[in-house]
Write a new protein. Structure first.
Length: 210
């Protein structure tokens, strides 16, 4: 049995409505997103679903932004704000219209097989009350010059903890401070342990250092 399958079996999902008995709900990913083995950033990513991928939405946890999907051969968890579903011929964001769409409600129970130790212990993880990374929009891809990368690495900043996946196009809350880079149009900061370049005008992430 593969390591990935072990991770996927580390928790069980229980339907708390009859919604899962009806026709499958088709969804589409709105950006490149990490698919996680459980409903939280403390769970390992099992893969990445690219923007525009067709997915099957199993359901979402009530009072949470986490939903379980089948996408590109993976079954895992993603944020509802990164999923869209057709409604009256137009795509709508699952997070904003879950009630209108009749998205099934599911619950998740962690078993002892789940190893949270795969998360680096020195990287603080977002808490349930941390601010959420904002909506994802399309931005022009950039490749920073080596001088910028050197400057960012030589001038580290404290990490800001936010809920949500750190992806290109995501909008940071206006309260997040970004630091300017000499002779460069973009600023930078560190989100959930990852250095990112940010458009200071829109506060959108334009590059993620992996």
């Amino acid at each position: 049995m593969s390591h990935t399958r072990n991770l996927l079996l580390a928790g069980v999902v229980l339907a708390s409505t009859a919604g899962l008995a009806r026709a499958e709900m088709a969804a589409t990913t709105m950006t490149d997103i990490d698919v996680r083995s459980g409903p939280g950033q403390q769970y390992p990513a099992i893969g990445t679903a690219t923007r525009g991928s067709d997915a099957v939405l199993d359901g979402c946890i009530e009072g949470s932004r986490w939903c379980r999907i089948d996408v590109n051969g993976m079954r895992g968890w993603v944020y509802a704000q990164y999923l869209s579903v057709e409604q009256d011929g137009s795509p709508v964001v699952v997070q904003e219209h879950s009630a209108d769409l009749g998205v099934p409600v599911v619950t998740y129970q962690q078993t002892d097989e789940m190893s949270v130790g795969s998360v680096a212990p020195d990287v603080a993880q977002p808490g349930p009350n941390d601010e959420l990374i904002g909506p994802v929009d399309q931005v022009d891809a950039i490749t920073p010059p080596e001088t910028v990368t050197t400057y960012v690495e030589s001038n580290p900043v404290s990490a800001v903890q936010l809920q949500g996946d750190v992806v290109v196009g995501a909008t940071l809350p206006q309260g997040v401070r970004v630091r300017t880079i000499p002779d460069y149009q973009y600023s930078y900061t560190r989100i959930n342990g990852q250095q990112v370049l940010v458009d200071p005008g829109t506060h959108r992430i334009v590059y993620v250092y992996n």
